[in-house]
Design a protein around this ligand. Structure first.
Ligand code: BGC
Length: 400
C-alpha cells in the first residue's frame, strides 16, 4: 500500500456545512417548528434551541477558521426573513449580512444556501410548492436576499436537496409515515416540477443581484448500484429520484454532490443491506466509497461544463475514530476522481456541529461537539485532522 497525496486544485473549497434550522434554534415561524410540536407528526424530539448558533455563529466561525478550514456553508432562513407573506425583516437580513462579513473577516469563504428544507408557515398554509404562485414567491424572497449575497459571496446554493423535498412531498400527499426499508419513496411529480422551476427562477435572480456569485443547487445522491441484470430497473428507479434534478442543473455554474451511503437495486427494486454490515447512527450502511460513485455518476449525467463540489459528506457516529476512517476513505475517492480529470472544486463535511438531525439530536454528524445545556463547543479529533489538511492543501491518497 502506498501513501501519497493529491494537491487541492486551485481555489478548492475546504470546509464544513450547516443548515439554519438544524443549528440556530427557535425557528418558530417555520413549517418544521410547527410539525415538531404536533403529536400526529410523531417526531422524536423538537429542535428548541438547537445549537443556539443564531447567537453563537461567531464562535462557530472562529473555531472553523482556527482549525484550518477555508470555507463555511450555511443557510439563511426564509421563515425569519419573511415571517409573514410579503413582510421582510430588515433586522434578519442584516443579521445574515453580518454572518457573511464575519466569515470573510475570519478568512472563511461563505457558501450561502437560500433554502434548506424549511419554509415559512404561511407558505405551507397556502399549499406549499405546488400552489399557484409558489415559484414567484420564492424568487421574490431571493430578491430580498440581495443585500446578503450581493458582495463577497462566491457560491450561492438556491435549494438544498430538491429531490428530498419531492420525496417528502410524495410521502405527505399519500399520507404515509416513514421510509421503506431500502431506497426512497416515490417523489411527487408536481413538487419536482415546481422546485426545478423555482431553481431556474432563483438562478436568474442571483445572477442579476450578485453577478460575481456562482450559482448551483445540491442533490442527495443515494449511489444506486445495480445487481447484475438490473441495470435498466436501476436507471428507471434513479431517474425521478436523482437524475432529473442533476439534468436541471445544466446551465448552472456548479452542482453540489451530497452522499453518505449506497443502495443496491435488484430486478424487483431496492434491496436492504445485509444484517451484518456496519451501520451508522442513522442506520445507513457504512460505505465511505459512496462519494466517489456519486461524483462520477453526477459528472456522467451533467457533462464537463458544470463544476462539481462535494457540499455534504460525512457520518453520524458516536465514535470519532470511525469518522476519521470514513472521511479518509471518502477523501481517497475524491482524490482518485480528481486524478482521473473530474472537475471537483471542493469538499465540505456534513456537519460542522452536532446538530438537530430532522427529528432527533441523537445521530451526531458533527466535527464539533455541542453541550446540550451550556452550548459549549468542543472540536473532535476528526475536526483537528481535517482542519490540518486545509493547511497542507493536500488530500491523503492510499493506493493498493
Ligand atoms: C441534508 C442535511 C441532513 C444530512 C444527514 C442531508 O440530507 O441536507 O440537512 O442533516 O443529509 O441526514
Amino acid at each position: 500500500m502506498t501513501h501519497t497525496s493529491t494537491a487541492f486544485p486551485a481555489g478548492f473549497l475546504w470546509g464544513a456545512s450547516t443548515a439554519a434550522h438544524q443549528i440556530e434554534g427557535n425557528n418558530v415561524n417555520s413549517d418544521w417548528w410547527r410539525k415538531e410540536h404536533d403529536p400526529a407528526a410523531k417526531i422524536a424530539e423538537p429542535s428548541l434551541d438547537a445549537c443556539d448558533s443564531y447567537h453563537r455563529w461567531e464562535q462557530d466561525m472562529d473555531l472553523l477558521a482556527q482549525l484550518g478550514f477555508t470555507d463555511y456553508r450555511f443557510s439563511v432562513e426564509w421563515a425569519r426573513i419573511e415571517p409573514v407573506e410579503g413582510t421582510f425583516s430588515r433586522a434578519e437580513i442584516a443579521h445574515y449580512r453580518r454572518m457573511v462579513e464575519g466569515a470573510l473577516a475570519r478568512g472563511l469563504r461563505p457558501m450561502v444556501t437560500l433554502h434548506h428544507f424549511t419554509v415559512p408557515r404561511w407558505f405551507e398554509d397556502r399549499g406549499g410548492w405546488t400552489a399557484d404562485g409558489a415559484v414567484e414567491l420564492f424568487a421574490r424572497y431571493v430578491e430580498h436576499c440581495a443585500p446578503i449575497i450581493a458582495d463577497g459571496v462566491r457560491h450561492v446554493c438556491t435549494i438544498n436537496e430538491p429531490n428530498m423535498i419531492a420525496v417528502m412531498a410524495g410521502l405527505a400527499k399519500r399520507g404515509e409515515q416513514g421510509f421503506p426499508p431500502a431506497g426512497l419513496p416515490t417523489p411527487d411529480d408536481g413538487t419536482t416540477q415546481a422546485v426545478i422551476a423555482a431553481h431556474h427562477a432563483a438562478r436568474e435572480v442571483v445572477r442579476a443581484v450578485a453577478p460575481a456569485a456562482e450559482v448551483g443547487w445540491t442533490i442527495a445522491n443515494q449511489v444506486y448500484q445495480a445487481l447484475p441484470g438490473a441495470e435498466e430497473v436501476t436507471a428507471a428507479y434513479r431517474y425521478p429520484r436523482e437524475d432529473i434534478f442533476i439534468e436541471a442543473a445544466r446551465g448552472d455554474d456548479w452542482i453540489g454532490v451530497q452522499s453518505y451511503t449506497r443502495t443496491k437495486i435488484g430486478a424487483d427494486g431496492p434491496i436492504p443491506a445485509p444484517e451484518d454490515v456496519e451501520r451508522t447512527l442513522t442506520q445507513w450502511e457504512y460505505y465511505p466509497a459512496a462519494v466517489g460513485h456519486a461524483l462520477r455518476h453526477t459528472a456522467d449525467v451533467i457533462g464537463p461544463d458544470v463544476a462539481l463540489i462535494v457540499t455534504e459528506n460525512g457520518i453520524a457516529t458516536a465514535d470519532d475514530t470511525r469518522r476519521v476512517d470514513y472521511c479518509a476513505g471518502a477523501l481517497n475517492e475524491v482524490a482518485a476522481a480528481i486524478e482521473d480529470g473530474l472537475n471537483i472544486q471542493g469538499w465540505l463535511a456534513w456537519s460542522a456541529l452536532d446538530n438537530y438531525e430532522w427529528g432527533s439530536f441523537k445521530p451526531t454528524f458533527g466535527l464539533i461537539a455541542v453541550d446540550p445545556v451550556t452550548f459549549a463547543r468542543t472540536a473532535k479529533p476528526s475536526a483537528v485532522w481535517l482542519g490540518g489538511l486545509g493547511r497542507t492543501r493536500a488530500l491523503p491518497r492510499t493506493t493498493a
